[in-house]
Design a protein around this ligand. Structure first.
Ligand code: C2E
Ligand code: MG
Ligand code: MG
Ligand code: MG
Length: 287
């Protein structure tokens, strides 16, 4: 009887897994159509420069407005896209949109750089690299208006190729940022080899740094290490005023998080950038 029960559990699980796989496969089948239909949007989340209280750059975060499933979070479909080789077309679509949007906010006088998340998987794809080069060649903005955010990841299956690719883009003027720093692996060798301009300390270390001694030490020593290597530091996931005050006090360069701004559509971003010029930088200082 026990055996029959466990067989039942097995088959139910198998059916659930199959359904999950089928859902995932059909979702990926829809991705190209979603891109064509304009259901893939790019939202922007500011990174605040703490020395000046200005928005120095914005991170592009992809959003899928699915007509049936509603909003599908990137946490759900990016990993799928990576597994099914749809991540290349998706990233190129995002990058093209970001370049067009950045050209517009620059035309309004906002010197704000745009950060795009690039999956480590793509760094050894010659087709992807060639397509990015083509976009950069015809872009109405200079490459130094862009940042590529990459994670220190096992997906860098071939670190030498990934490094060469990042050097190529760095040589073109694109800044390279190490995302989710502290959660990956081999951090020291990546710090030595990759042509980085910036480290983004992962939210999990930042969030309690103002109230947890050990997190504070990790954040401070990371900032010191980064500065010693000539890198700028971004703290991600700032959710309250105490946390922001702490990061100011330890000479962090940039801060990003819900307390400063949530990711927002392009129109809202442009309004935000315009407002900041008017009302100055007081709002955040008071916060
Ligand atoms: P990420 O690059 O580390 O992006 C930061 C994520 O944290 C975003 O979630 C952002 O909305 C969220 N976040 C920002 N501030 C706060 C905060 O104060 N508190 C909390 N709890 N969360 C905050 P999102 O937009 O869901 O993106 C999740 C991940 O999906 C990103 O992590 C990135 O790895 C990936 N992703 C998003 N867009 C793209 C893309 O265009 N291409 C690729 N390859 N990956 C992307
Ligand atoms: Mg990122
Ligand atoms: Mg991050
Ligand atoms: Mg993250």
């Amino acid at each position: 009887a026990g055996e029959a029960a466990s067989a039942g559990v097995f088959w139910r699980r198998a059916a659930l897994n199959r359904q999950r796989v089928e859902n995932a496969v059909s979702l990926m089948g829809e991705l190209d159509a979603a891109i064509a239909a304009g259901h893939i949007e790019v939202h922007y989340q500011p990174k605040l420069a703490l020395a000046t209280d200005r928005i120095a750059s914005v991170e592009a975060l992809v959003r899928w407005r699915h007509p049936d499933h509603g909003f599908v979070s990137p946490g759900a479909f990016i990993p799928l896209a990576e597994q099914t080789d749809r991540i290349g077309p998706l990233t190129l679509h995002v990058l093209a949109q970001v370049i067009a949007d950045a050209a517009q906010w620059r035309a309004c006088g906002h010197e704000v750089t745009a950060a795009v998340n690039i999956s480590a998987k793509l760094l050894d794809s010659p087709a992807f690299i060639a397509a990015v080069d083509k976009l950069l060649d015809s872009a109405p903005i200079a490459p130094d208006g862009l940042i590529f955010e990459v994670t220190e990841s096992a997906a860098m299956s071939d670190p030498a190729t990934a490094t060469a690719t990042l050097r190529h883009f760095r040589n073109r003027g694109v800044a390279i940022s190490m995302d989710d720093y502290g959660t990956g692996q081999s951090t020291l060798s990546y710090l030595r080899e990759l042509p980085l301009s910036e480290l983004k300390i992962d939210r999990s270390f930042v969030q309690y740094a103002h109230e947890r001694e050990s997190d504070a030490k990790l954040v401070c020593s990371t900032i010191e290490l980064a500065h010693a290597l000539g890198l700028k530091v971004v703290a991600e996931g700032i959710e309250d005023a105490e946390n922001l005050a702490f990061l100011r006090s330890v000479s962090c360069d940039y801060a990003q998080g819900y307390f400063i701004d949530r990711p927002m559509p392009f129109d809202a971003l442009v309004r935000r950038l315009n407002d900041r010029i008017e009302s100055g930088r007081l709002a955040v200082q008071l916060g």
